[in-house]
Design a protein around this ligand. Structure first.
Ligand SMILES: Cc1cc2nc3c(=O)[nH]c(=O)nc-3n(C[C@H](O)[C@H](O)[C@H](O)COP(=O)(O)OP(=O)(O)OC[C@H]3O[C@@H](n4cnc5c(N)ncnc54)[C@H](O)[C@@H]3O)c2cc1C
Length: 375
């Protein structure tokens, strides 16, 4: 008889674990406290972003995830855009860092190439041509609509993989056994995997007191649909983004670039602002973002952050329709020491969280890593 596993949480991390477990013959039950996932998984850019990972194991995990997204698309017809990405350089120090990365990157497993300003424009008319020096193109990035992906994945897991999904069911506790407590009832499983996202501390507060995990809040903006004839093409990132993802830390010019931004525009560092854009298939543009950590996080969004983001977005991107029709924030759990945090608080019970700003990029690979070592 198959072994049973309960997955707690129906965000991308929980769904990824459900998929990998079901493929290995586990009988999977997934509990999600909301009727539909409402956490970071539906609030993001929908960027599958291997280029942002540091070389070595993280980049490899991102590659595994990428191929799993394409497998999901092939099996279901769900739109996964193979759009790639461009980091834009509008300042000489940004161009220098991008050139340094392009030189070092192939030896480290990245696929990318330099574009001059004209070539950038051939790929995307979303780049502001004013002052544009060039860009770094990577073909590896994918685009998924975050508002559709979790629901489509959940439906497919039910239909094609026999996963039992229990929406609107909150797990109140996980106890030795392991037992899962639901509405006062004790349910027995052979294994439990808790993928509760930024609520990481609720079920096992003691284990997380010293885990180093920290929550991060991001403010986001969305435009209405762009004209049907206009496409963003690749995801776009700005020169500000070079100081955000750890892959660029291999570039000797990065400290000077970060220093220049800190001196010129300290308000951007204050709110952790860099700017990026993606376009889901319905034509709207998802824009962001900012970063506020830990105790700084409040339920209240700051108008000043939105204003600064809009200011910076206009400097580097060009959109036919700049009307902001949606504003929201999302919160993710980040493990500052790695691409995920996995702890085993009880025999047969694991917690998988801490994917930070890369959960859409890494979760499928993280789940494969986990289940390939479990029998
Ligand atoms: C604004 C923003 C932009 C981002 N952009 C990107 C991007 O473009 N690319 C990328 O790779 N990553 C991105 N990320 C990061 C990515 O979205 C997260 O890393 C990822 O979604 C985390 O997934 P999760 O499943 O751990 O958490 P969540 O999506 O928060 O899911 C956790 C789920 O667990 C459920 N849950 C919690 N406790 C219980 C319980 N006791 N019982 C039942 N259910 C429970 C919650 O309801 C929730 O649905 C972004 C994040 C944000 C916030």
């Amino acid at each position: 008889m198959s072994q049973t596993v309960a997955v707690v949480g129906g965000g991308i991390v929980g769904l990824a674990h459900a998929w990998s477990a079901a493929q290995r013959g586990w009988k999977v039950t997934l509990f999600e406290r909301h009727q539909r996932a409402q956490g970071a998984t539906v609030r993001n850019f929908g960027m599958v972003w291997p280029i942002g990972q540091p070389p070595g194991q993280p980049l490899e995990v991102a590659r595994v995830s990428r191929s799993r997204w394409l497998e999901f698309a092939k099996a279901t017809g769900f739109p996964v855009q193979q759009c790639g990405s461009i980091h834009l350089a509008h300042r000489p120090d940004e161009w220098e860092v991008i050139q340094q990365f392009a030189e070092l990157a192939p030896g480290l497993g990245y696929e990318c190439s330099l574009l001059n300003a004209g070539e950038v424009h051939d790929y995307s008319s979303g780049a502001n041509p004013q002052g544009l020096l060039g860009g770094l193109f990577s073909p590896m990035e994918l685009g998924v609509d975050p508002r559709q992906a979790a629901a489509a994945l959940a439906n497919w897991l039910v239909e094609a993989h026999g996963v039992r999904i229990c929406p609107g069911v909150e797990v109140g506790a996980v106890t030795p056994g392991p037992w899962v407590m639901v509405a006062g009832e004790k349910l027995a499983f052979d294994r439990v995997v808790v993928c509760a996202g930024s609520d990481f501390a609720a079920l096992f507060p003691n284990d997380f007191a010293n885990s180093g995990l920290i929550n991060c809040k991001l403010q986001m903006l969305g435009t209405g649909p762009q004209p049907a004839s206009w496409k963003l093409g690749p995801h776009l990132a700005s020169g500000l983004t070079l100081r955000h993802y750890s892959n660029f830390q291999i570039c000797p010019g990065l400290p000077a670039l970060a220093g220049r931004i800190a001196a010129e525009t300290p308000e951007l560092d204050r709110w952790g602002i860099h700017v990026m854009a993606s376009q889901p298939v319905d034509g709207r543009i998802i824009l962001g973002d900012s970063h506020e950590y830990g105790e700084e996080i409040t339920p209240f969004d700051q108008a000043v952050i939105d204003e600064l983001m809009v200011r910076e977005l206009h400097k580097v991107f060009h959109l036919p329709n700049w009307t902001i029709t949606e504003r929201w924030h999302g919160i993710y759990a980040k493990n500052p020491a790695g691409y995920t945090l996995r702890v085993d608080p009880l025999p047969g019970v694991s917690v998988s969280t801490g994917t930070g700003g890369s959960g859409m990029t890494m979760s499928f690979g993280i789940a494969e890593e986990f289940w390939s070592t479990r029998s």
